[in-house]
Design a protein around this ligand. Structure first.
Ligand code: ADP
Ligand code: MG
Length: 335
């Protein structure tokens, strides 16, 4: 009898020791950071990961982000998009599948939003940027010329060819690429066997795995503060209308988000946060709603049940007002 008890005690002790050992191998929450996409901090979190495995996860995420920037960024001289824009009228063969996928996704969002989202808006975006540098708004003539060069129907994709059908056209993926890149970072982590984690690029977030995630929503008046926190299940949370990114001309602020239908900067909303199944779609939709404005945006959201939003605007007396979808229950948002 005594011998049996001793054996049980020994087995139990060994089991506990194995479990303790196992815990230190399995690891806990890991977190790392690097800078990309024009110097924004990219924070990567993985749960239940050893330090060693996480170090290689982080390196792989960083090189994935860099690889995609080399495709999507119009600011990198030899990126696929920069070369496409430099080409003028014509077709590129051999386009990267990642670019074709993102352009097709962009075409779908352009159709759905009646042209509020349009990645061919490049010429008008550049015009306003140049105007800000010179300190005066663009002339009507310049705007008319730039607007002539915008139009999703003039971007055609046939097999692995991307064709721009008018000279002077340019593609700007600034409103969807960051979301797409953090989604791809999540795929890298999943492929590596991470079961739960977060990729946060300067406040735009993709989270994956079981359970809830608490995500802070930036206060548009003060980036260092939070306007509230929301609880979400896995998916993307992306904010458009970064309050610090605007052009000042003659004492007036002009948003970097352009209404492609008029060529004018969107000026009604202060910020739009969209929560959805993935970050690329949330990114596109956040920009589109910024263009649509409050009424059209809220109406549009009713037809998109898998997305939720928080919309902030300024009242006539300059106070900030916030609307949020019913799906983001009061309990999950505390301003
Ligand atoms: P943020 O830069 O605050 O994350 P967005 O995701 O809305 O905001 O992206 C804005 C960028 O997208 C602009 O800087 C410009 O390059 C491009 N852009 C501006 N207006 C549009 C539009 N209507 N549709 C698609 N892209 C746009
Ligand atoms: Mg966007």
């Amino acid at each position: 009898m005594m011998k049996k008890i001793t054996t049980i005690v020994i087995i139990a002790a060994v089991a506990v020791l194995i479990m303790i050992g196992f815990r230190s191998v399995v690891g806990r929450r890991q977190e790392g950071i690097f800078y990309a996409m024009g110097g924004i901090p990219v924070r990567v979190v993985a749960y239940d990961r050893t330090k060693g495995d996480f170090e290689s996860d982080l390196r792989e995420v960083e090189s994935c982000v860099d690889r995609l920037e080399n495709i999507f960024s119009r600011h990198r001289a030899d990126s696929d998009v920069a070369r496409l824009n430099a080409m003028g009228e014509g077709c590129t063969g051999d386009a990267s599948p990642a670019l074709i996928d993102l352009l097709r996704k962009s075409q779908r969002w352009s159709e759905k939003t009646g042209g509020a989202f349009d990645v061919t808006v490049g010429p008008v975006v550049s015009l306003w940027k140049d105007a800000a540098k010179m300190g005066r708004v663009p002339t009507e003539d310049d705007l008319a010329v730039a607007r002539e060069r915008v139009g999703m129907e003039r971007l055609r994709i046939v097999d692995d060819n991307i064709c721009l059908e008018r000279s002077g056209m340019s593609i700007d993926l600034g409103a969807i690429a960051k979301g797409a890149i953090i989604d791809e970072a999540v795929s890298v982590l999943r492929r590596n066997g991470v079961v739960r984690g977060i990729v946060d690029a300067g406040g735009d977030v993709a989270a994956f795995g079981d359970g809830e995630f608490r995500i802070g929503i930036q206060d548009p008046r003060d980036r260092k503060k939070l306007m509230g926190t929301i609880s979400i299940e896995e998916g993307g949370v992306v904010t458009s209308g970064d309050y610090e990114r605007y052009a000042a001309i003659g004492g007036r602020r002009y948003s970097h988000i352009i209404d492609p239908r008029t060529g004018e900067p969107a000026d009604e909303l202060v910020s739009v946060t969209v929560v959805g199944p993935d970050a690329a779609d949330a990114d596109a939709l956040a920009t589109a709603i910024s263009v649509m404005g409050r009424e059209e945006g809220i109406e549009f959201l009713k037809e998109m049940p898998s997305f939720q939003a928080i919309i902030a605007w300024r009242e006539a007396d300059d106070s900030l007002n916030v609307w949020r979808s019913e799906g983001l229950a009061a309990s999950s948002f505390s301003p």
